[in-house]
Ligand binder design. Structure first.
Ligand SMILES: Cc1ncc(COP(=O)(O)O)c(C=O)c1O
Length: 391
């Protein structure tokens, strides 16, 4: 795969795989914890990285490697590290790029657990964190300090589908200090819809649990970026601390990458139909979907993403009671917190994904009791619309 520059659809199916001596067509699963050396001298050379090759599956494994190379190719990165979950991908980046006394600037609108990791866990280790509004560039600029080492945001955001300007935020951070790592959670778009590295970001995070798996089977994550930070520092963290991706999960994710474009594109088509239906419904206060002209960053969505995505959020009249009533009457959609599945999922962010935030924190970003998130899957969109019956 190194001889020719293949196009994205080809990379998603062909990159990363080197056949073993058995000539298998589909990628093999190497379920082994360690690797055997021909001699003690070779073991020494492998342990010290003098010789390339696998040592121990906490930090390298051939099946995980196929996934890593394929996702790196699709995101346009030089290196990728698979992790046990999306959250451990984030932890790996923070532990590799920050130390006590450093400062991080993060968007306030992020996934619930991401905020808890930044505000509670990191502060226990002496890292200062400032939260800003994703769409206000001035806030990003004003928050940067001499000890700022990292900025973090997701776009579109979970659950309100706000969109951050990757090129502009990267520019603000790098103009302040070129060494700041701009880290983008690309979970909602995947490389099919958006490639943050090409827009100026340094590191991309994934919850592979979502669209990359695509059928709700495995939990996993990934960090993509350059050879130095990701290929050395994050790999070093994995070697020592080891929140590793299992070979079986890596295989599922690798096969998921092969159909990612098909699934994401179809889910985008379906989401648009559901979003348009909801936006015209009298019992809906507001729909948050990047594909609607009413979206506050509609122009940016069209320049930064190739499509608006498959997740939408809407606010029903009547608060928590009305939201629960609507969720409870669904027969087709799954009431669950996952997203990016072929099966459409329906979630109440206020009491699930963002339950650990205080009411004040939720109010600041607009997570209300009447808010419902739908991650649209691959069922017939007309069946999905019929499943949404307002009480
Ligand atoms: C935007 C986003 N980032 C990260 C995560 C965490 O991923 P995981 O559940 O794989 O740890 C999630 C999970 O819902 C998410 O929605």
């Amino acid at each position: 795969m190194t001889k020719k520059q293949y196009r994205p659809a080809t990379l998603a199916i062909r990159s990363g795989h080197e056949r073993s001596q058995f000539g298998e067509h589909s990628e093999a699963i190497f379920t082994t914890s360690s690797f055997v050396f021909a001699t003690a001298e070779q073991a020494k050379a492998r342990f010290s990285y003098e010789e390339e090759g696998n040592v121990y599956s906490r930090f390298t494994n051939p099946t995980v490697n196929v996934f890593q190379q394929r996702l790196a190719a699709m995101e346009g990165g030089d290196a990728c590290i698979g992790t046990a979950s999306g959250m451990s991908a984030m932890l790996a980046v923070c532990m590799s790029g920050l130390k006590a006394g450093d400062h991080l600037v993060s968007s306030r609108s992020i996934f619930g657990a991401s905020k808890v990791l930044l505000s509670s866990l990191l502060s226990n280790f002496g890292v200062e964190v400032t939260f800003v509004e994703l769409t206000k560039l001035d806030e990003w600029r004003d928050a940067l300090q001499s000890n700022t080492k990292m900025v973090f945001f997701e776009t579109p955001t979970n659950p309100l589908m706000e969109v951050g300007d990757i090129a502009a935020i990267s520019d603000v951070a790098h103009s302040h200090n070129p060494d700041i790592k701009v880290v983008v959670d690309n979970c909602f778009c995947t490389p099919i819809l958006q490639q943050p590295l090409s827009l100026g970001a340094d590191v991309v995070l994934h919850s592979a649990t979502k669209f990359i798996d695509g059928q709700g089977r495995c939990v996993g994550g990934a960090v993509v970026g350059d050879a130095e930070f990701v290929g050395e520092k994050v790999l070093g963290f994995m070697r020592t601390a080891g929140p590793s991706m299992s070979p079986f999960n890596a295989w599922v994710f690798t096969k998921g990458l092969e159909t990612l474009a098909l699934r994401v594109n179809q889910a985008c088509d379906n989401a648009r139909i559901v979003a348009e239906y909801l936006s015209e419904h009298s019992k809906v206060e507001r729909v948050f979907y990047p594909g609607l002209e009413s979206h506050p960053q509609y122009a940016l969505v069209n320049s930064q993403q190739s499509r608006p995505g498959a997740v939408l959020t809407f606010e029903v009249n009547g608060g928590l009671e009305a939201a629960y009533a609507l969720i409870n009457q669904t027969e087709l959609m799954s009431i669950t917190a996952n997203l990016g599945d072929t099966k459409t999922t329906i979630t109440h962010p206020f009491t699930t994904t963002h339950a650990r935030w205080s009411n004040e924190e939720k109010a600041k970003v607009g997570i209300t009791e009447g808010l419902i998130r739908i991650a649209v899957g691959l069922e017939d969109p007309l069946d999905l619309i019929e499943d949404i019956v307002f009480q």
